[in-house]
Write a protein that binds this ligand. Structure first.
Ligand code: ATP
Ligand code: MG
Length: 735
């Protein structure tokens, strides 16, 4: 049997076109990913390249893992040697070998959002910037955009000279990069940015990689940003054997700098590019495709595509509406139960896909109440838990003693009486000596201003870390983690109830030890830095295992590239989906529509779409109007579900009973227009107040809340459990 047997003729043509640039431009579920996998197998089996000469880039670790599994099942020799990973993992690997060329040590650590925030706090102080005006969200967004566009701090400052605010941003950006380097740390964007710096600065290193990768493939190419685009082109410059595939209709990362033109312009970039279009969809029913096609057809400036399928099934899309968001959740859970009772699927066949993480709570609660097994992807993931991050920070400092942010996290956790005044004094000394904080601690005897009792505490911590270094030299990973948990006093802190939720935190730490044991078993490189890299790069999506037999809950963004027999998309309401922030820009609405298209096309057999007329949002009750996307779904493929969940609305809303769906939608059109007009009125220019509706903010006294109104330079914020407070924007900080 040939490796290409499982492909249709066009897919096969793509898989057999090995040399030269190739673009596979095709709609959802048409077998792009499958074609890439078979293409790789074909290249190796026909002896055109060694596995190590192939580079395949995908968007999530999950997708990369899946590709690896599928290739492994095809019994391709040495398939482990194929470079199959995300952009970030690929660049981390390159950096591990070449970071010294840029002045980093090769044991650099990768900073996440949390570390970034700590760095932000210290820099904002150092630069004397107003943190109400220069919020973390604003500054890190600017820095990230600059890096995604390969704009250096110097170039940024030059570009923006004369613009007072941006000049400050430039200064911040410069200091931010310097501090990262001093900590021997890179953030996520740096992995890609620095790889580009390396390749541009040292052509001989680029050449090594160009020679190595004879064949390059990129899946989900529509979501590459400028830096990623440049990186791919540089690597492919020698052989020009580059195959990219994607779907312009599924470009949903514009907010992260992805540029849809990268795929649309491929034929311009490579004049002799061959283009293969796939139109047969193997995933969904025709009804589901008609629904998706109907919605996406409203977007302008797209490449026309007609998706069709031979798949059986003509079940209509169920559109369900409810009085309350709570009823919607109940309905979904009942429906899952019904389906299962009737033998139509197992738990793992169902996915609930929503627009924002905040929507998951209602479903989690309803599923829990009903006792159904479910798995939540995203949200506060395993590696973002406090106890896990603490222990990882210990490991980071052991691996890279220059990591001051990690150091700050652990120096007084568990409490050892080392306060901020002490740390400030030691930091001054560290600055003076060009030491890291850890090094300065090891030199505590030389610091004159410290009292003997403080010195004792500092010395104890220094000795603890030295002891762990000794253990690290010989112990396995899991032994080292166990030693950290025990010797630092962390275990005792949890056992003696000095930290809340001690028992479950302990369980999580046990889980961390077992995951390290797995890592030891499965990984070629068992070094501490390899482990820390894997942890830093693993996102929650990676832990999704389709075979687990649990209902899946995730955002539409996380569902990209995946498929499920039965899909629910709840919350089709103006302000939720499309998202409130997208309301006043036609381009943003088009991106929302693409997200909707991605969602619909995840479904294989059955699709439910729903909305509620009223829900508690951001701590207050709100009347909702159905999403404009509902009206874009062709009537003939949808059926409306009778409202089975009627609870008396607690506030006076127009009853929607006894109206047909289309009547209701017509009525909603007016409401949507009214709502949009309101939204425009309410949303001041963000540059004046600095806030827009739905922004999350933090107030010293009331905690975290959501902006529900922006008017006359004042904002109203809904704080859960407190109520709505109107205030001057300077009283809050962006979350
Ligand atoms: P997306 O745009 O969502 O990423 P895709 O174009 O990458 O989708 P795949 O995930 O590769 O599509 O394929 C969709 C489904 O169709 C998969 O289950 C795949 O195995 C199946 N499939 C694709 N091509 C064929 C084929 N020729 N014969 C049988 N099944 C196929
Ligand atoms: Mg795919």
């Amino acid at each position: 049997m040939s490796l290409l047997d499982g492909l249709n003729s066009r897919q096969r043509e793509a898989a057999e076109t090995i040399d030269g640039p190739l673009l596979i431009l095709a709609g959802a579920g048409s077998g792009k990913t499958r074609t890439i996998i078979h293409r790789i197998a074909h290249i190796i089996e026909t002896g055109q390249a060694w596995p190590s000469q192939i580079l395949a880039i995908t968007f999530t670790n999950k997708a990369a893992g899946e590709m690896r599994d599928r290739i492994a099942k095809m019994n391709i020799q040495d398939s482990k040697r194929i470079w199959m990973s995300t952009f970030h993992a690929m660049c981390a690997r390159i950096m591990r070998t070449h970071a010294q060329w840029l002045g980093y040590d090769d044991n650099f650590v990768i900073y996440d959002m949390d570390d970034q925030k700590r760095l932000y706090k210290s820099l904002i102080k150092e630069l004397g910037l107003n943190d109400k005006y220069f919020t973390n969200q604003f500054l890190s967004g600017e820095v990230s955009t600059a890096k995604n566009n390969f704009v250096s701090p110097e170039a940024y400052m030059k570009e923006n000279s004369g613009d007072f605010r941006k000049e400050k941003v430039g200064l911040y950006y410069k200091r931010y990069q310097e501090s990262l380097k001093a900590n021997n740390a890179m953030d996520f964007d740096d992995l890609i940015y620095n790889t580009l710096v390396l390749f541009k600065g040292f052509p001989e290193i680029l050449e090594q990689y160009q020679n190595r990768f004879k064949y390059i493939m990129v899946d989900e190419y529509q979501d590459t940003n400028h830096s990623q685009y440049e990186l791919v082109n540089m690597l492919a410059a020698k052989y020009k054997n580059i195959c990219v595939c994607g779907d312009d209709d599924q470009s949903i990362y514009g907010w992260r700098g992805a540029d849809i033109n990268n795929i649309l312009d491929f034929e311009k970039d490579y004049a002799n590019a061959k283009v293969v279009k796939l139109e047969e969809n193997y995933r969904s029913t025709q009804t589901i495709l008609d629904c998706a096609n109907g919605v996406i057809a409203r977007n302008t400036g797209r490449k026309e595509k007609a998706l069709w399928t031979n798949n059986d099934g003509d079940e209509k899309i169920m559109i369900a509406s409810f009085n309350q968001g709570y009823d919607e959740a109940r309905f979904i859970v009942d429906e899952i139960n019904d389906n299962i009772t009737k033998g139509q699927g197992i738990f793992g066949d169902f996915a609930i896909l929503y627009r924002t993480n905040a929507q998951s709570r209602l479903f989690e609660e309803a599923l829990m109440r009903a006792g159904l097994p479910f798995q939540l992807i995203g949200g506060t993931g395993f590696y973002s838990r406090v106890e896990i991050k603490d222990v990882i920070a210990y490991l980071n400092v052991l691996s890279n003693p220059k990591d001051n942010m990690g150091f700050m996290r652990i120096v007084n956790v568990p409490k050892r009486g080392i306060g901020s005044a002490t740390i400030e004094k030691i930091a001054e000394y560290a600055n003076f000596k060009s030491f890291s904080l850890m090094q300065a601690f090891h030199h505590v005897e030389e610091i004159p201003e410290l009292s003997p009792s403080v010195k004792n505490k500092v010395r104890a911590f220094s000795e603890l870390m030295k002891k762990l270094e000794v253990i690290q030299a010989t112990a396995s990973l899991s032994e080292l983690i166990t030693a950290v948990i025990e010797k630092t006093g962390y275990l005792e802190m949890l056992e003696t109830g000095k930290m809340d939720k001690g028992e479950s935190r302990l369980e999580n730490l046990q889980e961390l030890v077992s995951s390290a044991t797995d890592f030891e078993k499965n990984s070629d490189d068992q070094s501490l830095s390899a482990y820390l890299e894997t942890v830093a790069l693993s996102s929650e999506t990676d832990k999704y295992d389709g075979d687990q037999g649990k209902v899946l809950l995730m955002t539409l963004h996380n569902a990209k590239g995946l498929e499920f027999p039965i899909v629910f998309i709840p919350g089709l309401e103006e302000g939720i989906f499309p998202h409130g922030r997208a309301m006043d820009s036609p381009e943003d609405i088009e991106e929302e529509r693409r997200i909707c298209y991605v969602g619909i096309t995840r479904a294989m057999k059955r699709l439910y779409i729903s909305w509620a007329a009223e829900r508690t949002l951001y701590g207050r009750r709100q009347l909702q109007t159905p999403s404009r996307f509902l009206k874009e779904m062709p009537d003939e493929v949808c059926v409306e579900n009778k409202q089975r969940y009627e609870r008396k609305p607690e506030i006076d809303i127009e009853t929607k009973k006894n109206k047909t769906f289309s009547e209701r939608v017509t009525q909603s059109k007016v409401a949507i227009r009214r709502n949009n007009a309101n939204a425009v009125n309410l949303q001041n220019n963000p540059s004046e107040s600095g806030f827009v509706l739905t922004d999350k903010v933090k107030h010293k006294k009331f905690g975290i809340g959501t902006v529900v109104e922006v008017k006359n330079n004042m904002i109203s914020v809904a704080f859960p459990g407190v109520g709505i407070k109107k205030m001057d924007p300077t009283f809050v900080e962006k979350e």
